[in-house]
Design a protein around this ligand. Structure first.
Ligand SMILES: O=C(O)[C@H]1O[C@H](OP(=O)(O)OP(=O)(O)OC[C@H]2O[C@@H](n3ccc(=O)[nH]c3=O)[C@H](O)[C@@H]2O)[C@H](O)[C@@H](O)[C@@H]1O
Length: 441
């Protein structure tokens, strides 16, 4: 039995009218088919477009992870949301404000400088690989603090050239404050390659990105008092010998001074190297003696005090963090512009090196007695001869140059500085060492 539809379309006895009607129906159906196919094609096109956008986004973030170096914490960057965060963080609030890329922004000096720059109205974008050289939860806590001031820290490694080039594409940085490094003098015996990775390879990757950037930023970076090595002329002056480093750490910082000179010479990058002298204070580094002595003294555990040959006490020109921050900001303020563009030097550029110290060395036993007083706990002390592991017997900065050119003038002595440190330490860790109790600076 045929259905009515079949009757209409395929009459048993062909006739003109029926054929005409059949053609009419065919045309309607064809029109209908044609519009459905167009809609179908449009739908396919839209689906393909969405799919390719999504896969591009995932490619960007996957490849950024793949190409980032072997930092212990997986980096993540890329995508529109990420670019928006970077741009927002980079925008300055004062007229002619700076736009500064701060490397090592979750570190001790980096977090303090980022906050100080932001507070005076400059734009700051941080970069940090959050490695586990020391407790990453302290780095995360510093990051939270910066984030509460709308400062964004990109999670990535200095050796990730694609990330650096992306950052310079997204933001025309006026300055780079390069503080990311593998720090610590004695750890170089245990893990020498980490110093080469961060302080040599990472530095070169950063300088490559900076010299190719348009505009080229001025670079201010952290060298170290350790470059004076076996120099025994005191106080240490920038013109003294620095060709006898006592540790691999010192050697990589010294190499950094030569490498930055090369980029200044060839590409016209404006360079300021700052030789920091044993920086200490709130939110400090747990690998440094004043920090882990505090932890041990509170826990009733013994501390080891190194002593030099002939029973001479070791001494350091301990420098308080706020003084160092002022020195860093003054260096940025007085930095000349880089002179290159399109990867080529257009004229000579500024190259400077400054000591940032306190000019008042204090012996390690005196440091310990100040801590005992502030903590109101007696330390259990083991005094041993300084092992041959990279240490130097003393440091003492001549800061005449920094005073003249940066207006640098340290104002906090070790007694006051350690009091502030202990206050922060107790509020952050409490007495139990179980974890943070506060995150206020
Ligand atoms: O100013 C610098 O260039 C360097 O300052 C510090 O290095 P350092 O001065 O050796 O600081 P600490 O590791 O805190 O040592 C301070 C003093 O305590 C002594 N110390 C260290 C550890 C220990 O168990 N016992 C001990 O007596 C050291 O010999 C040294 O004299 C930083 O750790 C380096 O990253 C930085 O570059």
């Amino acid at each position: 039995m045929r259905t009515l539809m079949e009757e209409e379309l395929f009459p048993s006895t062909p006739g003109k009218v029926k054929i005409e009607r059949a053609h009419q129906m065919n045309r309607q159906l064809n029109r209908c088919f044609a519009s459905t196919s167009i809609m179908f094609l449009w739908a396919l096109f839209l689906i393909a477009l969405t799919a390719s956008y999504l896969s591009f986004q995932s490619f960007v973030s996957t490849s950024s992870r793949l190409f980032s170096s072997s930092s212990s914490s997986a980096s993540s960057w890329g995508g529109l949301q990420w670019e928006r965060q970077v741009r927002a963080s980079a925008s300055h609030r004062r007229s002619s404000g700076f736009t500064v890329l701060v490397t090592g922004a979750a570190g001790f000096v980096g977090s303090h400088c980022s906050l100080a720059l932001h507070k005076r109205g400059d734009g700051v974008v941080g970069l940090d690989n959050f490695n586990s050289y020391y407790d990453p939860s302290l780095k995360k806590a510093r990051q939270s603090l910066l984030s509460s001031h709308s400062i964004f820290i990109v999670n990535g490694d200095l050796n990730d050239a694609r990330l650096l080039s992306k950052l310079f594409d997204v933001v025309p940085f006026t300055h780079v404050l390069h503080l990311a490094a593998q720090a610590g003098v004695r750890y170089a015996i245990e893990n020498p390659s980490s110093y080469v990775h961060s302080n040599i390879a990472g530095l070169v990757t950063l300088l490559e990105a900076a010299r190719s950037a348009d505009p080229q930023p001025a670079v201010v970076w952290a060298s170290s008092s350790s470059v004076y090595g076996l120099n025994d002329k005191v106080p240490f002056s920038e013109s003294h010998r620095t060709d006898r480093p006592a540790s691999l750490y010192a050697a990589t910082k010294k190499a950094g001074e030569e490498i930055t000179h090369t980029y200044n010479h060839i590409y016209g990058l404006s360079i300021t190297g700052l030789r920091f002298f044993t920086v200490y204070g709130p939110w400090g580094r747990p690998d440094m003696a004043y920090f882990f002595f505090t932890k041990a003294i509170l826990a009733g555990k013994p501390i080891t005090i190194f002593r030099g040959r002939d029973r001479v006490d070791l001494a350091r020109d301990f420098t308080y963090i706020d003084d160092i921050v002022r020195g860093c900001l003054a260096s940025l303020d007085t930095a000349g512009k880089s002179t290159g563009s399109g990867g080529k030097k257009r004229g000579p550029a500024q190259y400077r090196i400054f000591n940032l110290g306190n000019t008042a060395p204090v012996t390690v036993p005196t440091l310990v007695s100040i801590l005992e007083r502030h903590l109101k706990v007696k330390a259990k002390k083991n005094v041993i001869e300084m092992p041959a592991n990279g240490d130097v017997p003393f440091t003492h900065a001549n800061i005449t140059l920094a005073m003249a050119e940066l207006g640098y003038k340290p104002t906090t002595n070790l007694e006051i500085g350690l009091k502030k440190f202990v206050k922060w330490y107790l509020s952050y860790y409490g007495f139990t060492q179980t974890g943070p109790t506060s995150t206020n600076l």
